[in-house]
Design a protein around this ligand. Structure first.
Ligand SMILES: [Fe+2]
Ligand SMILES: [Fe+2]
Length: 399
C-alpha cells in the first residue's frame, strides 16, 4: 500500500512471463492502488496498446497488474513500456485518477518454432537469496538468452500471500525478466506455507498449471512438477497434500505431449523439473537425516523424486528425451546417459553464492550445448549433445 508522502512508483521493473510465438504476459507491480496499460510495437514508436480489460473492467490493484499482449508475430522483436496511473479511491462514486508514470522502454522477442537456434538460461533454488539473485540477474542482463526458466525453490515457503509478489516478481532490484521472458517451474518449497495455494493466481505456466510444453526453434521443452519431496501421508503435511495424484495426472499429460508433432519433430527435447529423477553419485552423508523416514520406517531418498521416476521414466524414454534439467540437491552435477536412463540428468546449484549456478543452453538442429556457470561466470560443467543428420531425418520421418 502507498504510504503517506511516499511517491507513487513501480515496486520493480516489469516481468515478462510465459512467452509464446503469438503472445506474452507483462506483469507490473505498483506501490499503491493503480490502473495501467502497456504500449508496444515493432519499433520504439509503440503504436499499439493493451489495456488489460477483463469482463468489462480495466485493471485496478495495489499489488500486481498483468497484461497479455496477443496477435504478435513469431520470432519478432517488440518494444514495450508500461504506464501506471494511481487511483485515489474513496467510495464507489468518489474515485480520482492521479498523474501517470511510465516505465523505461524494454524489448523482447517472441518464440518461434521455426527459428534456427534456441538459447536459454536456467536458475534454480535461489531461495530468496538476494546476493545470488542480483548476480544471476546481472549475468543474464550482460548475456541475454531467448528465455529464462526458473526451475523451482524460488521461495523458502509461501507463509503469507504478500510474499508471492516480492519473492517471484521483485526478488532483486535488477530488471531480471524485463527483456528476457520468464518461464516458471514449481519446486517443493514453492508449494509450502499457509498461502502457497494462492501462487497460481499470480504465476503459473501458460496453461495456468505447472505442467506444460513449448517449442522454440530446434528445442522442444516439457515442464513438469514433481511436488513435495516427501510422501503425502507424512503427518507433517496434515493430510493436505495430494502430489501422488498430481504426478499421476502429469503422466497422462506427458503421454500426449510426447506424441505431439511439435515435440516429435524437434531435434532436441528437454524436460525441466525441479526434483531430479536420478542420482548416480555418492549420497552426501547428511542427506538421510534431512529427509528422515516414511511411515514404514524406510529412509526417504528425498534428493530425487522416486514417485515421479516411476510414473514418468518410461515415457521419457519413449519420447526420446535428451536431457532432464533439475535442481533441488543444491549441488551441481551432470549424470550422462547410461543403462538406467538413456537421457542425461543435469542438476543446478544452490542458493548460497558459492554454490549458485546458471545453466545456459544453446541449441541448433545438430547440436545442443549446455554450460553450467558459477556466479563469476566461470564454466564448471560443459556438455554437448549432437544429432546426426540421419537420426534427425529418422525423427522427422517418424512424425
Ligand atoms: Fe532448494
Ligand atoms: Fe527443492
Amino acid at each position: 500500500m502507498l504510504e503517506i508522502n511516499q511517491p507513487f512508483n513501480f515496486v520493480a521493473p516489469p516481468v515478462l512471463l510465459n512467452p509464446a510465438s503469438d503472445s506474452i504476459s507483462v506483469v507490473v507491480l505498483p506501490n499503491g492502488l493503480a490502473t495501467g496499460w502497456v504500449e508496444y510495437g515493432p519499433t520504439d514508436a509503440l503504436e499499439q496498446r493493451c489495456d488489460g480489460a477483463c469482463r468489462g473492467q480495466l485493471p485496478l490493484s495495489d499489488q500486481l497488474l498483468a497484461f497479455r499482449l496477443k496477435d504478435l508475430k513469431p520470432g519478432a522483436r517488440y518494444f514495450y513500456r508500461v504506464h501506471l496511473k494511481p487511483i485515489h479511491y474513496t467510495t464507489a462514486y468518489s474515485i480520482k485518477p492521479g498523474e501517470e508514470i511510465r516505465s523505461d522502454i524494454h524489448a523482447f522477442r517472441t518464440l518461434d518454432p521455426t527459428a534456427e537456434s534456441a538459447t536459454f538460461t536456467v536458475w534454480n533454488d535461489t531461495h530468496e537469496k538476494e546476493p545470488t539473485l542480483g548476480q544471476l540477474a546481472a549475468n543474464l542482463i550482460a548475456s541475454p538468452t531467448h528465455f529464462l526458466l526458473w526451475n523451482g525453490d524460488i521461495t523458502n515457503n509461501v507463509s503469507d500471500g504478500s510474499k508471492i509478489i516480492s519473492q517471484f516478481f521483485a526478488p532483486t532490484n535488477h530488471p531480471f525478466a524485463a527483456d528476457v521472458p520468464l518461464f516458471f517451474s514449481r519446486g517443493n518449497h514453492d508449494v509450502r506455507g499457509r498461502d502457497a495455494r494462492l501462487l497460481a493466481q499470480y504465476i503459473a505456466g501458460p496453461s495456468g498449471d505447472y505442467y506444460y510444453t513449448f517449442r522454440h526453434g530446434p528445442l522442444a521443452a516439457i515442464v513438469l512438477d514433481a511436488g513435495e519431496d516427501k510422501p503425502d501421508n507424512l503427518p507433517v503435511y496434515a493430510g493436505l497434500n495430494s502430489f501422488d495424484d498430481y504426478r499421476t495426472l502429469q503422466r497422462s499429460f506427458l503421454k500426449k505431449a510426447i506424441a505431439d508433432p511439435d515435440f516429435t519433430g524437434a531435434p532436441f527435447r528437454v524436460l525441466f523439473v525441479h526434483m531430479p529423477l536420478f542420482w548416480d553419485a555418492e549420497i552426501l552423508a547428511h542427506w538421510p537425516g534431512v529427509w528422515g523416514k516414511d511411515l514404514n520406517g524406510n529412509l526417504i531418498n528425498g534428493w530425487i523424486s522416486e514417485d515421479a521416476r516411476v510414473k514418468w521414466h518410461d515415457l521419457l524414454v519413449e519420447g526420446k528425451i535428451d536431457l532432464v534439467i533439475s535442481g533441488h540437491a543444491h549441488k551441481s552435477v551432470y549424470f550422462p546417459p547410461n543403462n538406467e536412463h538413456p537421457y542425461g540428468q543435469l542438476i543446478g546449484g544452490g542458493s548460497e553464492p558459492a554454490q549458485a549456478r546458471s545453466i545456459v543452453g544453446s541449441v541448433t538442429a545438430s547440436e545442443m550445448t549446455i554450460v553450467v556457470n558459477d556466479l563469476d561466470g566461470q564454466s564448471v560443467i560443459r556438455q554437448s549433445f549432437t544429432r546426426g543428420s540421419l537420426e534427425f531425418a529418422e525423427r522427422k520421418r517418424s512424425r
